[in-house]
Design a binder for this molecule. Structure first.
Ligand code: PLP
Length: 381
């Protein structure tokens, strides 16, 4: 089976983990801060705070921006459920903004219209979470203008998008957002096994994220509320979690990071090869907008209709191609339907969903494997 995505692990990665295993710290040692500062530097952000996974990072990002009961968070329906679950963890409500059909990204026009209506109803969101589907950044400049006008905060769900660029700057620099979240799950661009990270330019937010990922506990003498008892002393200031990344994972991440640019250019090379090979077939790959360099976490094609999609998917799968579908509209999930969402809520997201297939794309995909995928597609269509 050719999978739709696969990690690349080399000897240097393995040695980095072994070295950490032989060191004094398996967790809470020097590897996590080292990885964080390398990610911050790569993304041109001031701070980076690593956690056990991107879902935890999204959860803490919402908490750090004060999301709680009575608040509303908006995200894209074409994403993994974690993009919206994070708001529910905080006791907030979730709502969805429809997408552009040619990219699957949150439609800024739909966002603007929904904001105008919400302003009239006095139900504006506290936070909007645009999702950089497949690694292509949403139109963050326009979203951040709306954030100013309508007074909401922005968390980028950039789980797919480490190594991407928007307006010639790295995604994650938080020029147009408060917090940007990346995932290091093995199918994503670089991996720590499980892992996530938030970048931000706010010292206050970074402190809050660090505190929340480790039980809400404070050790900095300047931050303690009562007089210091001794070097052992710490205080719990709020209800936090254990959402820490381990040093073993961070060592792997730092080693992977040295090959990030290589991975992304390989993905781009294979993606442009798909574009060429598929150009004559009755399908359309997602469009890349101006000012974007995509990490190409996923290569998604759109077919003409639901039944062709089904037939094509089944044929590829039966012939050893690990195709997938990214994503089922979140509010179609039974859990979300119980909250009152019904089919038809975001028409573009639904017709997008009905037409898509994710083809295999990862740095070690061979051209022979790619040709095999294309050949099967050609026979199908
Ligand atoms: C993978 C993913 C997540 C969750 O990442 P984890 O690290 O697995 O928790 C969130 N949002 C999107 C869009 C993702 O693809």
């Amino acid at each position: 089976m050719i999978p739709y995505g696969r990690q690349n692990i080399c000897d240097a990665d393995i040695n980095a983990v072994i070295e950490t295993l032989r060191s004094d710290f398996l967790t809470q040692g020097p590897q996590v801060p080292n990885f964080e500062s390398k990610i911050a530097q790569y993304c041109e952000a001031k701070f980076a705070v690593a956690t056990s996974n991107a879902t935890a990072s999204l959860h803490l990002a919402c908490l750090a921006l004060g999301v709680g009961k009575g608040d509303i968070v908006w995200t894209s329906p074409i994403s993994f459920v974690a993009s919206s679950n994070c708001a529910l963890y905080c006791g907030a409500e979730v709502d969805f903004v429809d997408v552009e059909i040619n990219t699957g990204l949150m439609s800024v026009t739909a966002l603007e219209n929904k904001l105008k209506q919400a302003a009239e109803e006095k139900r504006l969101p506290k936070v909007v979470i645009p999702v950089h589907l497949t690694g292509q950044s949403c139109d963050m400049a326009r979203i951040s203008k709306l954030a100013e006008t309508f007074n909401f905060k922005v968390i980028e769900d950039a789980s797919h998008a480490i190594g991407s660029a928007y307006k010639s700057s790295p995604v994650g620099n938080c020029e147009y957002s408060d917090i940007c979240v990346f995932s290091f799950h093995p199918v994503k661009i670089i991996t720590t096994g499980e892992g996530g990270i938030s970048t931000t330019n706010s010292n206050e937010i970074a402190q809050k994220l660090r505190q929340l990922r480790s039980h809400g506990v404070v050790r900095d003498p300047l931050a303690l509320s009562s007089e210091e008892e001794g070097a052992w002393y710490y205080e719990q200031h709020e209800l936090g979690f254990n959402f820490r990344l381990t040093d073993l994972q961070a060592a792997l991440g730092a080693s992977q990071l040295t090959r990030l640019d290589e991975f992304v250019s390989k993905r781009n090379l294979l993606a442009s090869r798909y574009h060429e090979l598929l150009s004559e077939l009755p399908l359309s790959p997602l469009e890349i907008q101006e000012d974007n360099y995509s990490s190409y976490h996923l290569f998604i094609i759109r077919l003409n209709n639901r039944s062709i999609r089904r037939k094509t998917f089944d044929t590829l799968k039966a012939n050893g191609v690990g195709v997938n579908v990214h994503y089922i509209p979140i509010y179609w999930q039974p859990f979300y339907r119980e909250k009152g969402f019904s089919k038809g809520y975001c028409p573009n997201a639904e017709s997008f969903y009905n037409s898509i297939i994710t083809l295999p794309l990862f740095p070690d995909l061979t051209v022979q494997e790619q040709d095999q995928v294309v050949k099967l597609l050609r026979n199908c269509l």
